[in-house]
Design a protein around this ligand. Sequence first.
Ligand code: NAD
Ligand code: ZN
Length: 317
Amino acid sequence: MTEHGAWLPTECPVASDEEIDRVAEFLARGRVLVLTGAGCSTESGIPDYRGPITRLRPRTPLTWQAFADDLELRRRYWARSFVGWSSFRDARPCAAHRALVALESASIVQMLLTQNVDGLHERAGHQAHLELHGSLWRATCPDCGHVIERNELQEILARRNPEWARCGRRALMAPDGDADVDGGGLTDFALAPCPSCGGDRLKPGVVMFGESVPHAVREASLAALSDCAGLLVVGSSLSVYSGFRYVQRAAQQRIPACLVNIGLPVRGGELFSLRVDGRAGDVLVRAARRVGAIDSLDIGHHRVGHARYPSNTRAPG
Ligand code: NAD
Ligand code: ZN
């Protein structure tokens, strides 16, 4: 574990004051659309896929077709998800999420799109946002459309797998809200039947590889892009097309784009007019302070301090 958590090296690049000035200038123009990726949550302790540490151990993404067709694979997925859920559930928003809330409260960020499925923007108090890839906080039945809260599902799984619940198996957190569980027995894990139709294909409430972003979400997000004056991408390798699409469209519509990311993205680097190599938590807090959206020093630790919240927003816990 380094000072930035388990998923980032101690030696992360640090943006210069000149770079922060340029990000602040970009933000000060207002009407910003933000697109976040897994890198926005690494400082909350959730691993990404292709960061400086995680790319050394690439994962095979779960495809919808394999999940739907293969009962054993579903057992393994839910066993690992059962073990990983408590760490995922307990993750808290980090400085990056809170700086984005402050920028929204200051009417600089007008909409946020996230590729993340951890619910941390909402938990931080972000108002206008869309989850492009759904959320792990719920599970759905592909056969009847039933939706169940993930916490409720955890209780059902615990009742059906008392030995797993009793031994309190813990393991290293993995990016899909699951855990890298070693050892056998995964295929003995009892699935929870759908509470509505009794089927055994409950799936996490996320867009898996091989599925598409829901039409309404896609339309709303593209409308938000057409309506913005600048696109700010935070912590994404842009290797997933459903995220990259916004950068491509922004370039087509001549909307300036800024990237805050550790390392270059997998593709599209040349489409950004401004690229800052640095930690999202550090860059966003410093830039938000520069534009006057934050006037407290303690955002990096526990709360946004005196950031201006709209009266209907609860402060992040
Ligand atoms: P990715 O792992 O492909 O890329 C993350 C990028 O962020 C990397 O380039 C990395 O170097 C950078 N990064 C890591 N920590 C950072 C930090 N603190 N500040 C700045 N940059 C940082 O992630 P992606 O592009 O979002 O694509 C992964 C897909 O997997 C997404 O579609 C998402 O749905 C899913 N995913 C979600 C979560 C989550 O919900 N937290 C986690 C892992 C993967
Ligand atoms: Zn069902």
